[in-house]
Design a protein around this ligand. Sequence first.
Ligand code: NAD
Ligand code: DAU
Length: 340
Amino acid sequence: MRILVTGGAGFIGSNFIRHLLATEPSCRVVNLDKLTYAGNLENLADVERDPRYRFVKGSICDATLVDELLKEEFDALMNFAAESHVDRSIQDARAFVETNVLGTQVILEACRRHRIPRMVQVSTDEVYGSLGPSGRFTEESPLRPNSPYAASKAAADLLAAAYFRTYGLPVIVTRSSNNYGPHQFPEKVIPLFITNALVGEPLPLYGDGLYVRDWLHVQDHCEALALILKNGVSGEIYNIGGNCEWANIDVARFILRILGKPDALIAHVKDRLGHDRRYALDTSKLEQALGWSPRIPFETGLTKTVGWYRGHMTWWTRIKEGAYREYYQQTYGDLSHASQ
Ligand code: NAD
Ligand code: DAU
């Protein structure tokens, strides 16, 4: 099987490429990535010499490049490429529209022209918007995105549906809940809290900290994606969730407990604008259709993830001391004055 992965140098894409190479001996993988601030070839250092893997630097918005690449007969394209951080989309939405909407349209069009037999658009539960204390989103739930990031992903989902209906493009949309695990960029809450705790810095908790996310280990996500790639039905949407709801303040406390650090490191900071209160997914469709369910319990996965960050200080220190530093200071300011 020949697969073009877009955005494979990021968190989930790199975990997915590693998973494919480990589980599909005959696969060939090309990774097209623009290497934005979030793309990092170190994430794939262990497979870069594998003869089945090739990296191409470039943007999914570059229609000529994408068209040229797709002349090499692929069996499937998996699109992970995106601007993925909600807070950055609140600061400036432009790159989100460019990559997440226009870039996805470039890929859809190229897949159509080259008759790629399968495309998987990796989307998010955030397209459904926010939930109150009860209920879960199904694949039939209306799209009510709240952040510019979520709106751009919803637009891409709708374009994928339109390409299926209009041209019969064999595209599948997956909507995952919050991922965590190795190689996640430390702007996202779990690696941010772990890396801050490791160096004794405050953990910036938005608002009352009672916002709820449904956590899924990236390995479970990759297994679901591999199953969908092989056996999913074109035109369908599949929710992929961890069935594991935690309030942010409990995640912060758990990380501090693993590391033997005091709760006093939690710093309540100004809330995120338009902050979605709760996400939760009904994943019965995927369970019934393809027999998938998450396997890694959150406490086990989070403890291992803390261990990974503890063992990879060079990886994240380089990031935190690089261009990310300016974003961090602009976003959080001086945390030593935040209320505990
Ligand atoms: P990430 O930010 O870690 O990685 C994104 C990757 O895309 C980076 O390697 C970046 O260089 C690349 N990229 C960005 N713009 C590009 C462009 N124009 N052309 C080519 N490459 C480009 O993101 P992630 O957390 O790995 O998320 C991957 C996908 O999964 C995204 O589509 C995201 O919306 C979706 N998703 C993420 C989560 C999560 O919890 N992280 C949950 C559900 C869905
Ligand atoms: O639900 C899937 C989505 O999960 C993906 O589509 C996104 O790409 C991914 O970034 C993630 O979005 P969230 O906004 O849920 O993730 P984030 O890690 O930014 O925040 C998780 C929760 O933690 C959220 O309620 C906000 C809160 N938070 C976040 C940061 C960065 C804090 O309290 N403090 C922080 O500093």
